[in-house]
Design a protein around this ligand. Structure first.
Ligand code: PMP
Length: 427
């Protein structure tokens, strides 16, 4: 990947080193839930904590100055990585938190808590929020709540029998009443790659805001939010070789400057009286309280690591994983692949349903074979309901995933129906 062998890349990851943990012998196919971290990222966090730890943006000491520089350098690194300006990157706890900052800020605007320029965020009865049926709950529930708070209506874009939505269905859902269009660039269940730019154009034609869940895209493929024209986007550090406890909200600067900060407190203000507070421009207006500084610095290092690999190379590596898995699984009787058909473009994750066997039982058989996957509804219950399923089994890849791991997943999966005495039975 990016001119390096996967074996060499794996040497960067302590998790895979022989004898370091039981993980050396398992097939780790759960990177869509959380990714492993290279030594470079772990070292960067440790180095900061051991030698440079100090407050940021508070006080006048040289130590605080240096800590602040490192903190803001990481923001610049992340901004460049996703085609954003520095002021367009807001630190959040995770992607879920980032999406809530937008939805709750809009609720505050509707409650009259914003400055006059926040009027563009005000929703009311008759206004519509378009979401897809495939959304992760993190990009669904905040919009449900905003609709309930404001009297706006949630309009779903339905999926087909494979869990995919079409640009036509999206176009039909977007009308002059649409104020927000929220969708994932990559589905965490189907691996579907959304036509982001096309949807952004449709939404902007009617003056709607585009909110992108980029949780499964930023860690795995090139993105350029500035070029794609989205208004807001959210992603998490822990899925991109970085730490837990840090997420990112991207927003166009003029929108962030106008969005009311839903969480308030120290470090967000210009002046405060007993009655009123005036807020700083973005990003500081959203970063209330002490920030997760070591996580931010480690995330900057994770981005440098991904950049050195190259995101085009990483996307190709993961498409090869998906192709290998879907080609092999398509030949297994009684196993249904959710999402794009084998050979079609998809992200590096594959979810399957085994006829007659609950995903948790599939997961148990795979676990016994040392194959770590995710089972369940993957925080996408409406999607599973639309597919007539309660749960699926998902194998997902990252830069360190080997073809051997892909094959171990398929091998273990091929034995599941036999294990439960279903082999040869009609599916
Ligand atoms: N959206 C998608 C598509 C995801 O895959 C996830 C993580 N499973 C999230 C949102 C939420 O991410 P986090 O839990 O890091 O906030």
């Amino acid at each position: 990947v990016g001119g390096r062998s996967v074996a060499d890349i794996r040497n960067d990851f302590p998790y895979f080193s022989a004898g370091a943990s039981p993980a050396a012998s398992v097939a780790y196919l759960d990177s869509a839930a959380t990714s492993q971290r290279p030594r470079q990222v772990l070292d960067a966090e440790r180095d900061y904590l051991e030698h440079h730890l100090a407050a940021v943006h508070r006080g006048a000491s040289a130590a605080v100055g240096e800590s602040t520089t490192r903190f803001e350098d990481a923001r610049e690194t992340v901004a460049r990585f996703v085609g954003a300006g520095d002021r367009e990157i807001v630190w959040a706890e995770n992607a879920t938190d980032a999406l809530n900052i937008v939805a709750l800020g809009m609720a505050d605007a509707a409650a009259g808590l914003g400055a006059p320029e926040a009027s563009r965020f005000v929703l009311g009865p008759g206004d519509e929020i378009v979401v897809t049926e495939a959304e992760h709950h993190a990009n669904l529930i905040p919009w449900q709540r905003l609709a309930k708070r404001t009297g706006a209506t949630l309009v779903p874009v339905r999926v087909d029998e494979h869990g995919l939505w079409s640009l036509d269905a999206m176009a039909a859902a977007i009308t002059s009443r649409t104020k927000v269009v929220a969708f994932a660039e990559v589905s965490n269940v189907t691996g579907y790659l959304a036509p982001v730019q096309d949807v952004a154009e449709l939404a902007h034609r009617v003056g709607a805001l585009v909110v992108l869940d980029a949780c499964q895209s930023v860690p795995h493929r090139p993105v350029d939010f500035g070029a794609s024209g989205v208004d807001f986007a959210a992603f998490s550090g822990h899925k991109m070789l970085g730490p837990n406890g840090i997420g990112v909200l991207y927003g166009r600067a003029e929108l962030l400057d106008a969005l009311p900060p839903a969480r308030t407190g120290g470090s967000t203000i210009t002046t405060v009286t007993l009655e009123e507070a005036n807020f700083l421009p973005a990003p500081q207006r959203f970063e209330a309280g002490t920030q997760p500084v070591s996580q931010v610095i480690a995330l900057g290092e994770a981005v440098r690591y991904l950049d050195a690999i190259g995101m085009d190379a990483l996307a190709a590596h993961e498409q090869a994983f998906a192709d290998r898995v879907t080609d092999a699984v398509a030949a297994l009787p009684g196993v249904r692949i959710v999402g794009p058909r084998p050979g079609e473009p998809r992200a590096g994750l594959v979810s399957v349903a085994v006829d007659g066997v609950h995903a948790h039982d599939v997961g148990q058989v795979l676990d016994d074979a040392g194959v770590i996957v995710r089972v369940g509804h993957h925080c996408a219950q409406p999607l599973h309901r639309a597919l007539g399923l309660t749960a699926t089994t998902r194998a997902s890849s990252h830069v360190y995933t080997t073809t051997d791991e892909a094959d171990r997943f398929v091998d273990a999966l091929s034995g599941v129906r036999k294990f439960f005495g279903l082999e040869g039975k009609a599916s």
